[in-house]
Design a protein around this ligand. Structure first.
Ligand SMILES: N[C@@H](CCC[C@H](N)C(=O)O)C(=O)O
Length: 321
């Protein structure tokens, strides 16, 4: 019998599992730039049956190791850590709003950041610098930077620049193309409204909605029901919107932070002048807050949770064997 010492050791990779309003991620600490995070490895890790499961992978990397790093560090020398985000299908995306909050919580867990003293944290991302602060409630608030309606002036005045067919809402063969609005949050979004919660529940998001025209880089689609406005206890008028989302590179997820921003911005544009600057966006996995800032930026706030820490046996990951 071979002694245990002679057996080849399985390759083990330390991971943390976390989520932001149930948009869930496998988190990897690669501060020493040792991991070859291939699309195959991402798909194997995020596989919900044969792997750890997740909507994406978030890798801690050094900003200086990325092509975008020089520009990010020139703008913000403190942005030492870079959120390397991958969708579950292995593709790279520019931005992930829930991911930024969970990434900040993970950096705190690793002892690489301290948001407890009220200090903000600057991070590198493929969409540029993102700044995070922690609120007294424990929520993380992220300055998501500049947003835009890529359809330009026409889209702003009409409120629409695309059409979306959400499957499953009408009878067989009766799919309806609904007017929609494109929103850029560093990553692409298309927001379409449906009349009621019943319609929202009926939407079949196991299939990607048809978007016309489909942007060359694809898009995330938010299906929304505007819920009106209410006045909060401090007198602030707050808009409310409920949404489900079909994410590029993932499928339906239970939350999307950039998608929540896109939903709030689209519904606010449709509501017209004088509509609120603060929006509570209800998603299947919880609620996030979206706030328009004076400098043309938008802020996303919500919870972040780290729920497990362990090691994965890379040799046993089915897709790799
Ligand atoms: N869930 C994320 C968005 C992740 C990226 C997206 N699927 C894309 O490809 O653009 C969020 O919270 O923003």
């Amino acid at each position: 019998m071979t002694s245990p010492a002679a057996q080849p050791q399985p390759a083990r990779l330390a991971f943390t599992k976390g989520h932001g309003t149930q948009n869930d991620f496998v988190l990897l600490d690669d501060r020493h730039d040792e991991l070859d995070l291939t699309p195959t490895l991402v798909r194997a890790l995020t596989d919900r049956r044969a792997g750890l499961g997740g909507d994406g992978v978030v890798r801690v990397a050094r900003t200086a190791t990325f092509p975008e790093g020089a520009a990010i560090l020139a703008e913000e020398p403190a942005a030492e850590w870079f959120m390397d985000y991958r969708n579950a299908d292995g593709t790279v995306a520019q931005m992930c709003g829930n991911g930024v909050r969970v990434f900040a919580a993970y950096l705190e867990h690793l002892g690489l950041a301290d948001l407890a003293d009220g200090a903000g944290l600057a991070l590198g991302t493929r969409a540029g610098v993102r700044r995070v602060r922690k609120e007294d409630t424990g929520w993380y608030a992220v300055d998501m930077g500049r947003w835009s309606f890529p359809g330009g002036e026409g889209a702003v005045s009409d409120g629409f620049d695309a059409e979306v067919v959400v499957h499953g809402m009408e009878g067989a063969g009766q799919d309806v193309a609904r007017p929609a609005l494109s929103v850029d949050l560093g990553n692409p979004h298309t927001v379409v409204a449906v009349p009621s919660d019943t319609d929202l529940a009926r939407a079949d998001l196991t299939r990607a909605p048809d978007v016309l025209p489909l942007p060359p880089q694809g898009t995330n689609v938010e299906v929304v029901v505007p819920l009106g406005e209410e006045t909060s206890v401090d007198g602030t008028v707050v808009g409310r919107v409920r949404m489900r989302v079909h994410e590029r590179g993932v499928g339906e997820t239970r939350s999307c932070g950039t998608g929540a921003c896109a939903a709030a911005l689209a519904v606010r544009a449709w509501a017209g002048a004088g509509s609120p600057d603060v929006w509570m966006v209800e998603v299947p996995g919880g609620t996030v807050r979206v706030r328009l800032l004076d400098d043309g930026h938008v802020e996303l706030a919500g919870p972040a949770a780290l729920v497990a820490h362990g090691e994965v046996d890379l040799d046993a990951l089915a897709a790799l064997s």
